[in-house]
Design a protein around this ligand. Structure first.
Ligand SMILES: [Zn+2]
Length: 359
């Protein structure tokens, strides 16, 4: 384990700084939580927790999260998704530096029907690059795991060819992550569907051969991971699939741990499975379900403790004004704080605490 070099500027990473951050994770044996956000409250909660933990972090938006960020009142959903993502990115660019940590800015699952969203965000990235000399996002994701492997890789190649000149990376998906994430994926966890939940190492090698010369990419491989939290014992995690994939690529190309792996559907996973996955080259672990619950739980607690403030403006018995209790800053802050506590745990579980590369 090498000594951590704190040599990156705080703020959003891209190009070389993004690749340095991933290399540091893999060398140092830790991973970064990739937290789904839907507004400035969740973004600020992530940045605040990252700063408190002296850890770098990944902030990401699903298409639904970006649409919500843009505003559910906008009827053109492609426009809301695209401009919502841009608005979120601008907030993160402006604020991340103030928190003194490095941030990877990313978008989550885009299946075939959402490819126009990714292309529209790249158009925005191109315009931003022309003005500022840097992209808006560090990376995007394409999840074409429902297509044939050949179609999946051909489309990933096309998109990566657009991203590479902007210093951006692409996350791809091989095999199917179980469960459902924001309307993408399947709730079908039946035995017949189980085989698809495990990526074949040969497929990872094919992806490596197809994309390596084009640009920087990472792979969300399926090793029994499932989105959301289900009753235990449904699907078995087999992180050794990642190890076998790295070994196959090393055999063909002579490079150890060549693939940057991403762990989707990690909510509720065993600490041992997480540690094993990181040791096989996972640098990013998505967290959404647990932080959603934490945010809701914090607000739920607040409402339970102050029920009268959510029913009337004046306390019915004491006649005291309740304005200071129903002020949205109070209960939204309760959600932020509770989300922050869950994130403290995530940084610790992933070994990321105290590892920020920001100088
Ligand atoms: Zn996912």
């Amino acid at each position: 384990m090498g000594v951590q070099k704190k040599n990156l500027a705080p703020g959003v990473v891209w190009g070389d700084s993004y690749e340095q951050l991933i290399a540091a994770c893999k060398e140092g044996g830790y991973a970064l939580p990739a937290v789904n956000v839907i507004g400035t409250n969740s973004i600020n909660a992530v940045l605040e927790s990252a700063a408190r933990n002296k850890a770098d972090v990944i902030i990401q938006l699903s298409s639904g999260g970006a649409q919500f960020f843009g505003g559910p009142g906008i009827e053109d959903s492609l426009k809301a998704r695209t401009l919502g993502a841009v608005s979120a990115a601008q907030h993160v660019h402006l604020m991340a530096k103030q928190y003194g940590v490095c941030v990877v800015l990313h978008t989550d699952h885009a299946n075939k029907s959402l490819v126009p969203w990714v292309d529209a965000m790249i158009d925005q990235g191109v315009a931003h690059f022309k003005n500022k000399g840097r992209p808006l996002f560090s990376s995007h994701m394409l999840d074409l795991s429902e297509e044939s492997l050949a179609d999946n890789l051909a489309e990933c190649r096309r998109v990566l060819e657009r991203l590479a000149p902007l210093g951006m990376g692409l996350e791809i998906e091989l095999g199917v992550t179980g469960g459902e994430e924001d309307g993408v994926g399947s709730e079908d966890l039946s035995a017949a569907n189980h085989a698809r939940l495990y990526t074949q190492p040969e497929d990872v090698l094919r992806a490596f051969d197809a994309l390596r010369s084009v640009g920087h990419f990472s792979v969300a491989a399926s090793f029994g991971n499932v989105h959301g939290v289900y009753a235990p014992g449904n699907v078995k995690l087999r992180p050794e699939i990642l190890e076998a994939s790295q070994a196959l690529i090393q055999k063909h190309h002579g490079i150890a741990k060549a693939v940057n792996f991403v762990f989707h559907g990690g909510s509720g996973s065993d600490k041992k499975d997480i540690e094993d996955a990181i040791s096989y080259g996972v640098f990013k672990m998505n967290i959404d379900t647990d932080t959603q619950f934490a945010f809701a739980h914090g607000i739920g607690d607040y409402v339970t403790k102050n029920p009268e403030a959510f029913r009337s403006q004046i306390h019915p018995e004491t006649q005291k004004p309740l304005k200071s209790l129903y002020d949205p800053r109070k209960w939204l802050r309760a959600g932020e704080k509770s989300m922050g506590v869950r994130l403290d745990e995530a940084f610790k579980d992933l070994g990321a605490t105290g590892r920020s590369l920001a100088h």
